[in-house]
Design a protein around this ligand. Structure first.
Ligand code: DGL
Length: 294
């Protein structure tokens, strides 16, 4: 019988649930421990030092709970603290940026990619550099016409506009994703993205899929939204396969458990459950409180 892996996941709040949902929809034999650092949300205007410290505290907790793989289901942490966390922790760690950039390159039809994200993610320029790196490594768009034009040096593929949307996260956390306020703010934030005539937009914050109906309403149907979570699922599947191959000779007893997801938050469990339940198929039954000893 195959070992049921424990995946640790974290975000500043409910955003990472959009990634968790994709994982649960596509990978059957995993269990998840989810941490929402809701006492310290939003992460988007935090410094690198803060984000690194928060990441260290959360990773230490997840590992203590038995996590064998960790998904940083937060673009802000992935774009800033992840390289340091990778050096300090000896555990496979998947971030959002490389998978998201890969999906954007594969999806674009005109080579004009836009990004909406938190201030810290935009400031880091991590997505622009991940797009260039993916292309430098030989990744090609799926669109045949663009692929040929790119290979002949006739059309660039580039992140043409990155827009910070700082009010989106508080709106989502407050359960206001589908409100008139969200619509009004989205119109303002997305204007420069529309002006830049992008054909593809990376949802560069895990909270933003909660806003997809509003974003779609404002930008229209001609723009493709890229949710990095889908590429994170693929990366996770590959990693789990490698771990299974590595452990194939392990004959120790396989422990099966009756829980699928355990939730921990540092802030209000009630609000987390309420907003999370608007997204998930299976209602969140229990949310435990954690504190970071501040
Ligand atoms: N959902 C996170 C991200 O993907 C964090 C957003 C925030 O807390 O500002 O960036």
């Amino acid at each position: 019988m195959k070992k049921q892996r424990i995946i640790g996941m974290f975000d500043s709040g409910v955003g990472g649930l959009t990634v968790m949902k994709e994982i649960l929809d596509h990978i059957a034999d995993v269990r998840i421990i989810y941490v929402g650092d809701t006492a310290r949300v939003p992460y988007g205007n935090r410094t690198l030092e803060e984000l690194t410290r928060f990441g260290e505290e959360i990773l230490t907790f997840l590992i203590s709970q038995g996590a064998e793989v960790i998904v940083a289901a937060c673009n802000t942490s992935s774009a800033t603290a992840l390289p340091v966390l990778r050096e300090r922790f000896d555990i496979p760690l998947i971030g959002m940026i490389e998978p998201g950039a890969r999906l954007a390159v594969e999806s674009t039809k005109e080579g004009r990619i836009g990004l909406i994200a938190t201030e810290a993610t935009v400031r880091s320029k991590a997505y622009a550099s991940a797009v260039s790196k993916a292309l430098a490594k030989g990744l090609l768009p799926q669109d045949k016409k663009l692929r040929t034009a790119w290979q002949h040096g006739e059309q660039p593929i580039v992140l043409v506009k990155a827009q910070a949307c700082p009010l989106f996260v508080p709106l989502v956390e407050a359960g206001l994703s589908n409100s008139a306020e969200a619509r009004g703010i989205a119109r303002t934030y997305l204007e420069p993205i529309a002006q830049a005539e992008v054909d593809t937009v990376i949802l560069g914050c895990t909270h933003y899929p909660f806003l997809t109906p509003v974003l779609r309403e404002v930008l229209g149907h001609q723009v493709v939204f890229v949710d990095p979570a889908l590429a994170v699922v693929e990366e996770l599947q590959e990693l789990l396969y490698r771990l299974d191959v590595r452990d194939a000779a392990d004959t120790s007893a396989v422990v099966q458990s009756n829980w699928r997801v355990r939730y921990f938050v540092s802030g209000d469990p009630g609000l987390f459950r309420q907003v999370g339940n608007t997204l998930l198929h299976e209602p969140i039954a229990e949310v435990q409180r954690i504190s970071w000893g501040e």
